[in-house]
Design a protein. Structure first.
Length: 233
């Protein structure tokens, strides 16, 4: 880490859980369970590197299209991991659950609120966990809120700029993404942080998410340091 510039905000599409399980002749749920363990690991790694903001893509608005059995299995795992996070609360990590939440159960919504409450004063790492999240939906939702304020004369159209628009996004407490990582070798953003990643550096790893390690993050940060970030200049 000596001499390396550490990205302020890292976003990760945690892809490859199902393929990891299939390659080992295990049920898909085993891949998601192993992937959940990597979440705890990457939170630890991020703190070791000094990353200030970390956003993880856990469940998208499109994931509801999966089979009822698959969705229910993921919701049970999510419920379990939220409860564990509350009990094992890391005093260095401030957690925010981002996404629309309209299809989540009241139980999971309440657990999310409790987790946010018990971690709200933590300072070292700001962790966003995207659940029932889609970037297009996020942008449309922000637009609707701004229009409503304009209609109520609480805001003028001339007041709207990038900073104002950003303040209505789910990630309004986080800076733009510096480093965008996707595991499993897929070359797509999958409707994740479209606005926030306008000038992010993208790195695709062939590693499946359950196999993600400290060395993978180390590689990504070193690769990030090789990039010449001109921001269009």
């Amino acid at each position: 880490m000596d001499g390396l510039k550490i990205p302020n905000h890292v976003a990760i599409v945690m892809d490859g859980n199902g393929r990891w399980a299939t390659s080992r002749h295990l049920p898909a749920g085993a891949g998601h369970l192993e992937g959940a363990k990597r979440v705890k690991d990457v939170i630890k790694y991020a703190q070791q590197f000094g990353i200030k903001y970390l956003t993880l893509f856990a469940f998208s608005t499109e994931n509801w299209k999966r089979s009822e059995k698959a969705v229910n299995s993921l919701m049970v795992l999510l419920d379990k991991k939220l409860r564990e996070a509350i009990q094992e609360m890391n005093r260095n990590v401030k957690i925010k659950i981002i996404g629309r939440k309209s299809k989540l159960s009241d139980k999971i919504i309440n657990l999310s609120k409790e987790l946010e409450e018990v971690t709200k004063d933590n300072k070292k790492l700001n962790l966003n966990i995207a659940i029932d999240y889609g970037s297009r939906e996020e942008i449309v939702n922000a637009t609707k809120q701004i229009v409503q304020k304009c209609l109520k004369n609480q805001m003028s159209i001339d007041d709207i700029d990038e900073n104002v628009f950003n303040s209505f996004l789910y990630t309004n407490e986080s800076p733009d993404v510096d480093l965008f990582i996707r595991t499993s070798g897929e070359h797509r953003v999958s409707n994740f942080l479209l606005w926030q990643s306008s000038y992010a550096e993208f790195i695709i790893l062939n590693t499946l998410w359950p196999d993600f390690s400290y060395s993978d993050l180390d590689y990504c940060i070193k690769e990030f340091n090789k990039r010449n970030r001109t921001f269009g200049g």
